[in-house]
Design a protein around this ligand. Structure first.
Ligand code: ADP
Ligand code: MG
Length: 560
């Protein structure tokens, strides 16, 4: 005999077997235990509340921040013959009242609402009169201020719930939750540690790529030319960028739609519908687009600029490949992206503590763009979801372009010693300038043109030096203290490098799938030339920058 849940899965939904995590979540809920499920996008979280909602007596309340998604889910349930509805601001006041009365009369198995609904005393009063089967918080990361999409209205539901005499079992579901977010959700919703179902969230069909040093619009045009007819999303950082890229591509006859908060609701609806129904193949949008979009055949997601956090990056990129087919997630990085994100943090209304948190997340995002390790592993590590650690996925741009590497130890030693000699009080930009030997007024103002590492790497461009410093940070060979002006600091790994106990390998600069490897060639040539010059200039190995005594002293800061 098969369990009731399995039967519902097969007869109602027409699926043979549960996906990872689904059964455990459903069992927890049916047993009456509050539960948090962390599953990847497309992992099948909706079924986790739909099956218990069908099994248990009473009405299930599904709270979702995504009004656009409610109607689709309700339509799908209704087509299965299930009594379901949604109550939100897209309905007339009269229609809302009718549905509320029906809910009070117990006519629905499922009612979808937005978090704001809980601010209405009328709604709370109605809820008190209903026999409830469960309350589900979809996109539950929005409840936590550590989450990437914090919504105060979501959090303020909690005290209102406590007013309910008929409080049922509670579920939380999300695709992105760091340790902090998980503990926050559990504490708020009284979910026991043993009731967290976490399937991890590696998406084995996604290949991540970082593309640097390319003209972005040229890159996008050649990418689209090679992927005609494939459905994809291009995320830009601003509405203006969306508009101009849209103009550029549509002028060239490419089938594009655009979406951002500055467009009318009608325009957005149309753009979205055209994209979902494959009438247009490419959607150009700000991050206003996509939450709750269930389009299975998105073959690529291109980020035209670096987003603010890895959480939002992974969620947006994760809209590719929900059908399980191979899909590409490409991030087009340029150094200006960092400035833009800092500006956005400064402009925001967050308090200083919250800003500090954002800077910390931004730093991780910057590191992602500069690491030479496996990008998939980097992301999983970020979410503490890499049990085997240090793995290589074999699909990302770093894994694919790993054939050649260059020993950057000497240069790294110079950079690290420069950081130390600058008193560990400055950021990437100033450090690059000092190593370059820049004549910038600020350098002289701080007396940095007098230190021994001034101009030590003058054969390179400031851009290259900046890139290397970011790289060292990304590989954790150098630390940063985040803030509006993040400062560079040494860490234990830095000392190992300085003492010559550790080799710094830099892999072939990640090469875009389109374009030539000119940067790497330049790099090798420049390295050889500079090393030769330095050997001619002085008769000492250029990297012996600290005496043994100093190195010993440094080691003491970072005991084993
Ligand atoms: P999530 O909310 O986790 O991103 P959804 O609940 O929207 O994912 O489900 C994604 C897709 O997977 C949907 O099309 C859904 O019907 C399908 N799905 C869910 N569970 C199963 C299953 N056990 N077997 C096959 N397909 C499933
Ligand atoms: Mg979902």
């Amino acid at each position: 005999m098969i369990a009731q849940e399995e039967q519902i899965l097969q007869t109602y939904f027409g699926y043979e077997t549960f996906r990872p995590g689904q059964k455990q979540t459903i069992d927890n809920v049916i047993q009456g235990a509050n539960t948090l499920s962390v599953m990847p996008t497309g992992g099948g979280k909706s079924l986790c509340y739909q099956i218990p909602g069908l099994t248990l007596d009473g009405t299930a309340i599904i709270i979702s921040p995504l009004i656009s998604l409610m109607k689709d889910q309700v339509d799908a349930l209704q087509s299965l013959g299930v009594h379901a509805t949604y109550i939100n601001s897209s309905l007339s006041g009269r229609e809302q009242q009718i549905r509320l009365d029906d809910m009070t009369a117990g006519r629905y198995k499922f009612v979808y609402v937005a978090p704001e609904r809980f601010e209405s005393p009328i709604f709370i009063n109605a809820l008190k009169q209903v026999s409830l089967s469960l309350i589900a918080f979809d996109e539950a990361h929005c409840i936590s201020q550590w989450g990437h999409d914090f919504r105060p209205s979501y959090r303020s539901i909690v005290p209102n719930l406590q007013k309910l005499p008929n409080l049922p079992v509670i579920m939380a579901l999300t695709a992105t939750a760091t340790g902090e977010v998980i503990s926050d959700i559990c504490a708020l919703l009284q979910i026991g540690n043993d009731r967290v179902v976490n399937t991890g969230f590696e998406r084995e069909n996604l290949a991540f790529h970082i593309v640097k040093g390319k003209d972005k619009s040229t890159y996008v045009r050649s990418f689209l030319a090679e992927h005609t007819g494939e459905s994809g999303i291009i995320y830009t950082a601003t509405r203006k960028q969306t508009d101009s890229l849209y103009d550029l591509l549509s002028k060239r006859g490419i089938s594009v739609a655009k979406y951002h908060a500055g467009l009318s609701e009608e325009e957005r609806k149309q753009a979205q519908a055209a994209f979902i129904h494959d009438e247009t193949t490419v959607m150009i949008a700000t991050n206003a687009f996509g939450m709750g979009i269930d389009k299975s055949n998105v073959r690529f997601v291109i980020h035209y600029a670096m987003p603010m956090t890895i959480e939002s990056y992974y969620q947006e990129a994760g809209r590719a490949g929900r059908d399980g087919e191979h899909s590409d997630c490409i991030l087009l990085f340029s150094p200006q992206d960092i400035q833009l994100q800092k500006f956005l943090i400064e402009q925001s209304l967050m308090d200083d503590v919250a800003k500090q948190g954002e800077y910390r997340k931004l730093q991780a995002m910057i590191n992602y763009c500069h690491t030479h390790s496996c990008l998939t592993s980097f992301i999983l590590d970020y979410f503490n979801d890499n049990p085997t650690g240090g793995n290589t996925c074999g699909r990302c741009s770093n894994c694919l372009h790993r054939q050649e590497r260059v020993d950057l130890t000497e240069e790294a030693q110079m950079i690290l010693s420069c950081v130390k000699r600058m008193g560990e009080r400055f950021g990437v930009g100033m450090t690059a300038k000092v190593l370059k030997g820049s004549r910038d007024r600020k350098i002289a103002d701080f007396g940095l043109d007098k230190i021994s590492t001034y101009g030590l790497l003058s054969a390179y461009t400031e851009k290259e030096l900046t890139e290397w410093i970011h790289f060292l940070t990304a590989e954790q060979l150098l630390a940063t203290e985040e803030g509006k002006f993040p400062t560079l600091k040494l860490n234990r790994n830095s000392v190992e490098v300085l003492k010559g106990e550790r080799t710094v390998w830099m892999y072939t600069a990640p090469i875009p799938t389109h374009g030539e490897a000119d940067y790497k060639e330049d790099l090798f040539a420049a390295l050889r030339k500079r090393r030769k010059e330095m050997a001619d200039e002085r008769n000492v190995p250029p990297y012996v920058l600290f005496s043994d005594a100093t190195l010993k002293e440094l080691s003491r800061y970072f005991p084993e």
